[in-house]
Design a protein around this ligand. Structure first.
Ligand SMILES: C[S@@+](CC[C@H](N)C(=O)[O-])C[C@H]1O[C@@H](n2cnc3c(N)ncnc32)[C@H](O)[C@@H]1O
Length: 241
């Protein structure tokens, strides 16, 4: 939560691109939107604030995260249009199918990209769109990258392989945003910087030393491990038929 204080979108996507992606994903003014792995609900809150006719459901397994999402929805006057569930995304069963389903930076909730596409599709109304954000290899990962991310090379594909996988499942990429290195850097400097700043301004807090250590660990994993090798793509998908 502290790490995301200055970059509430928990993915390397800047505000202008978040806006652009949502504008393409959600077209009808009375759309119903589901966000699986919604974090503090920032995507949905921005959408609902801009479109008074829309409704949303956010699902996240982190109790504190969902509590924060609930608080900010109330503060923004969106609580009557935004339902939040503290739940494993795989366990969620929808009461109403959504016109758009988002899952950005949370494909691990389903066990990977393939499972995420299949899982999100279960909640989608006919003719709806899905916005899926996941990592891909900008270049083949070396040992340092795999160690930093604690993953295998097979966990992600290159960009073409990522699109191919989605197409094999029966979906077409009708638009996508590939995060720039600037977006990644801004995301990671915010992540590590916000945590560090909090630790330095709260030196007496029992968690200050841990926060400093965690920020340093994360920064090393990024700068010494995955910077420039792990990419991030947010794909807008529609069904073939
Ligand atoms: C990197 S954040 C992305 C949050 C949000 N989509 C965004 O872009 O701002 C990943 C989120 O997935 C949530 N998450 C992880 N495993 C989950 C699961 N099994 N079910 C639901 N949410 C999960 C985490 O709590 C976290 O809030």
């Amino acid at each position: 939560m502290l790490a995301h204080a200055d970059h509430p979108i928990s993915a390397p996507v800047n505000d202008a691109n978040v806006h652009k992606l949502m504008a393409r994903a959600v077209v009808a003014p009375d759309s119903h939107v589901l966000d699986l792995g919604c974090g503090t609900g920032t995507w949905l809150q921005r959408l609902l604030a801009e479109r008074p006719g829309t409704t949303g459901v956010g699902v996240d397994s982190g109790p504190r995260t969902v509590e924060a999402a609930r608080r900010s929805a109330e503060e923004l006057g969106l609580a009557d249009r935004l339902t939040l569930h503290c739940l494993d995304a795989k366990e969620y069963r929808c009461e109403r199918r959504a016109d758009a389903v988002f899952c950005v930076g949370a494909t691990h909730a389903f066990g990977g990209l393939r499972e995420t596409v299949l899982g999100c599709a279960e909640h989608l109304a006919e003719g709806g769109t899905m916005l899926i954000g996941d990592g891909f290899w900008e270049r083949p990962p070396g040992e340092a990258t795999l160690r930093a991310l604690d993953c295998t090379a097979e966990e992600y594909r290159d960009l073409h392989g990522t699109v191919e996988l989605v197409e094999k499942l029966g979906w077409q990429v009708v638009y996508a945003h590939t995060s720039t290195l600037d977006e990644w850097d801004d995301y990671e400097w915010n992540w590590t910087g916000s945590l560090t700043r909090w630790a330095l301004t709260n030196p007496g807090h029992e968690a200050a030393a841990d926060a400093l250590e965690e920020a340093a660990r994360h920064r090393t994993a990024w700068l010494n491990g995955y910077r420039g090798t792990l990419g991030f793509v947010t794909m807008l998908l529609m069904r073939n038929d």
